[in-house]
Design a protein around this ligand. Sequence first.
Ligand code: HPA
Length: 266
Amino acid sequence: MNTTVEFIKSKLNNFVPEIAIVLGSGLGELADEYCDLAIPYSEIPNFIKSTVKGHKGRLVFAKINGKNVVMMQGRNHFYEGHTMQEITYPIKVLHALGVKTLILTNAAGAVNESYKPSDLMIITDHINNMGANPLIGPNDESLGERFPDMSEVYNKELVKLAEECAKKLEIDVQKGVYWANSGPNYETPSEIKMIRQLGGDAVGMSTVPEAIVANYCKMNILGISCISNAASSDNGEKLSHEEVIDTTNKAKIKFKSLVLQIVADL
Ligand code: HPA
């Protein structure tokens, strides 16, 4: 951990990031537009490279609307074969760099029948169905407790702030529960029905491991899902990664302006 943190700090000229944004599939553009310094993951000691199309794989530092921000342009996923500990290592690094507020973003499939592709959903809670947990293993007491409380992972004040920002910008947002599966396959129609019955509003393959670790480190967390597709249904329509990226591209103007407003108002 020290090697990683010291390496990053050596590039930063005393810039201390207060807000971190993890940019999900198709949502990385913000880090192209606001970039004072970029460090590819491949150059950072102990970081793993991103292997998914549409994910770039670098840490981007920038002053945005007066705030010191670090963005993860691309993330690693459990379905790539990495361990839960490996994919959440960057969150612990962000915490060590001084980040207090973490904005987690992702592309997700709609489960709630009132959601449409390209809607944005503020995450109010999550359900971990990944079958694994990043906190398994010896506990580092300097980071957090052995049995962390999970009663408010997604900070209620930040949910309120995000809603107010959306209202200011006249963007309609949904609020709901993010259900995480390991992937990499999308869901069957029966699985979607089950997720709906069990309280999920959107489904994806990321975010939850990061939220578990960030909550454990006592960071303030906001989650935003970009609804990239109607979830798998019986109507014969097939779902592809290209469709997910395409729809996310359509939503990203809304997404970017919402995130920028949130950073300004934080
Ligand atoms: N299911 C799971 N993960 C996803 C989906 C989906 O429908 N869309 C984008 N990520």
